[in-house]
Design a protein around this ligand. Structure first.
Ligand code: APR
Length: 251
């Protein structure tokens, strides 16, 4: 008797074969098997650090404090990490002409490293540093983060990573890109998100309104199931399950 998960993987593979316009919405869990810590759940970053240090008002008051937490949060994790089978699966779905693009909440750049081309970074990225008032932007790799906080050479301000802090707006281009993809999707893959941060948590509903079916991949919970809009929950780690989906789709 094939176990239930195996049957569900077969069902997901069949839904992917039939789909013509797949979109993926990803969160920290898609990078967990690459060694990037998640924010919530066991071992989550918010168990160790106070998320309010990543609130924009606190940053402006004390940029050094925020940068000390940032260095601890991302010490060594973002530089050396590599895409896992889940990132590679989504990139291959795109090259096969199946996947329209990815909306990610992640700032680790691993989808792009895996070869994905259409990636909307809903919460920005770690690649750039930005001066909050003057808007000057610099590549983070051009700065020695041994000296904290990094200072804008033009305006003298403390620079912040160009990802969305609590209290900041989502980049308008990311919202437009996400809406454009999600309203065209006939199948949405929701991978590795707790679905508790607005407005990203609203995005699956947008796809459902457009008629998409929804598959969620997550070992612990399924936010789209709680919303009553889920068609299939693959309960397990994304890297492992996407590797099995790859075997089914491209034996
Ligand atoms: N495969 C798939 N999912 C996983 C895996 C895995 N190997 N390991 C953990 N998960 C799931 C967890 O069950 C959880 O539901 O990934 C999710 C991670 O949740 P969060 O850490 O809250 O990440 P995310 O939903 O992306 O957070 C959204 O919150 O703090 C902000 O800006 C931050 O972008 C982040 C946003």
């Amino acid at each position: 008797m094939m176990d239930e998960l195996e049957q569900d993987i077969d069902k997901a593979a069949e839904m992917l074969r039939q789909a013509k316009a797949v979109v993926a919405l990803t969160g920290a869990g898609v990078s967990a098997e690459s060694g990037v810590p998640t924010f919530r759940g066991k071992e989550g970053l918010w168990e160790k650090f106070d998320p309010s240090t990543l609130e924009i008002g606190n940053f402006m008051k004390n940029p050094l404090r925020t940068w000390q937490v940032l260095r601890a949060l991302f010490e060594g994790s973002l530089g050396q990490v590599r895409p896992n089978a889940a990132h590679e699966f989504l990139a291959r779905l795109e090259t096969q002409g199946k996947l329209l693009g990815i909306v990610t909440q992640n700032i680790d750049g691993l989808h792009q490293k895996a070869g994905s081309r259409v990636v909307h970074e809903f919460h920005g990225s770690m690649e750039w540093l930005v001066a909050p008032r003057s808007g000057h932007r610099y590549l983070a790799k051009d700065f020695d983060l041994g000296q904290l906080p990094p200072i804008c050479p033009k305006s003298g301000e403390a620079l912040k990573p160009d990802f969305v802090f609590f209290g900041e707006a989502i980049p308008a281009a990311a919202i437009r890109g996400a809406q454009e993809l999600l309203t065209r999707a006939d199948l949405l893959l929701v991978v590795g998100t707790a679905g508790v941060v607005w407005p990203a948590s609203e995005l699956p509903r947008l796809a459902k309104l457009g008629g998409a079916r929804i598959i969620e991949i997550n070992p612990e919970s399924a936010m789209t199931r709680e919303l009553g809009i889920n068609d299939l929950w693959l309960r397990g780690p994304a890297g492992e399950l996407c590797a099995r989906l790859s075997e089914k789709l491209w034996p």
